[in-house]
Design a protein around this ligand. Sequence first.
Ligand code: HEC
Length: 275
Amino acid sequence: MKKIALALLSAGLMMSAAAQAGPEEDRKQLIDFYKSKLPTVKFDDMVYGALALDKDAKSQYDSIMEFPPFESVVEGGKQMWEKPFKNGKTFSSCFPNGGKNVAGNYPVFDDKLNKVVTFEMAINQCLRDNGEAEFKLGDVNTMGILTAYARTLSDGMKMSVKVQGAGALTAYEAGKRHYFQRRGQLNFACSTCHVDNVGNRIRAEVLSPALGQATHWPAFRAGENLVTLQTRFRQCNNQVRAVPLEFGSEEYNNLEYYMSYRDNGLPLKASVFRK
Ligand code: HEC
């Protein structure tokens, strides 16, 4: 009974949002949903995901984050970020403010290209503009490590993704559809787990709220494995035995765009521990 009622809530979020057709209404509805579903979790604490629902796990997180075991990886990313290109410039030359407080603006919708551009794609654009070889999207040892540092330059910045114009709205709506659409042999949508079953356990894991899911990447699972947001998409697709999509595919980029917009107002913090 309980499950059915919740499933209807999720459908309600999807449909009433569609009827009003506004990203800002969607965002507010989701905030209200979790406010009543998880009344003890403060808005800013949504960035801790499942940890916000589990005191012991959160205190483990806090102590690990004092001396993160992945610090040297982030340091490696800093070296990559600061290493001059052949022309003498560095990554910081490609971004306003030297790359500080920019990651929370991404993804952006580029009207000229008529597509979503993620932070990773902007980094590749920087490499191209400077005559360097691009990184492979999804490659942990280049793009992953670089962003593990580059995104920390925006730690504390509030997510502030914009959806303006028809193209942007279309991409946003496609991302939103992906989140609420059932798929895979198990026929689960992202929302089945992260909205309808938020706080419930699946195997040993507590299911995180949808809100806050785009704020803290990459994460280091078990303190070691670097996991990017799109790697996490793939893992979650696998959980329901759906075929994972390519890194940087239009569908994943739109999903990331939708999820990042939804997190507007939450503080970004990159390179965090996850169990
Ligand atoms: C079968 C249930 C299930 C489905 C369906 C599912 N996930 Fe997950 N997801 C999990 C579990 C379990 C975790 C790890 C615990 C947690 O953080 O929620 C997780 C974690 C995540 C995280 C990381 C949260 C954090 O703070 O570290 C993101 C992001 C995420 N899922 C996105 C998605 C997206 C996007 C979809 C749809 C493509 C999806 N999930 C579908 C089970 C699911």
